[in-house]
Design a protein around this ligand. Structure first.
Ligand SMILES: [Fe+2]
Ligand SMILES: [Fe+2]
Length: 186
């Protein structure tokens, strides 16, 4: 795997084993099937996150990188991938809806609350991953390798969003949506 593909979590064309990638996408979707097919999760398609990038796209980009990175380590891939899918599950447009606290500090708590409301109790690992994902903007560093991977993936994707380079993820995003549609039609 090249440095570039490690950073983005997506294989370069030269590295790409299309069958393996399709297998990874199916495994990723199976891990979060209940989350990905939930109407409140799909609602994130309507919330702008960074510029034109929706919260749904961003969250799946971050989750897929987290999934790929965890697969290459001894991390808990299932718990980490599900936590990553829910890290920005705050369900409002932060450009419009304002709270007493700044969005950067408020939204991880809202995401955790919504995650437990719709998908049941989170583990301690997942709770910490979601609450700490904005580190170092706040003073609560992640306590786990999974949490460090999530916060790094979040920064990488946000940077790519702002640079207009997130389209690299579009083919995988579209494939994930196809798999989710198949779940919903069966
Ligand atoms: Fe966030
Ligand atoms: Fe995020």
């Amino acid at each position: 795997m090249s440095v570039k593909s490690f950073i983005t979590g997506i294989p370069d064309i030269a590295d790409m084993d299309a069958d393996k990638e399709r297998e990874n996408i199916l495994d990723f979707c199976d891990i979060g099937r209940d989350i990905l097919t939930h109407p409140r999760y799909e609602e994130m398609k309507g919330y702008n996150h960074h510029g034109e990038i929706s919260c749904h796209f961003h969250t799946l980009f971050v989750s897929y990188i987290t999934y790929k990175a965890c697969c290459h380590t001894d991390c808990n891939t299932v718990e980490a991938t599900r936590a990553a899918m829910l890290h920005d599950f705050y369900l409002y447009d932060w450009h419009i809806t304002k709270h007493d606290e700044l969005h950067a500090y408020y939204h991880p708590k809202e995401a955790r609350k919504n995650a437990e409301h719709y998908f049941g109790k989170l583990t301690d690992l997942q709770t910490d991953m979601i609450l700490s994902h904005m580190w170092p903007m706040h003073l609560m560093p992640p306590k786990s390798k999974e949490g460090m991977i999530l916060t790094a993936a979040d920064k990488i994707c946000a940077s790519l969003d702002f640079m207009g380079l997130s389209n690299k993820f579009m083919p995988i995003y579209e494939r994930i949506n196809e798999v989710v549609s198949c779940y919903e039609n069966n």
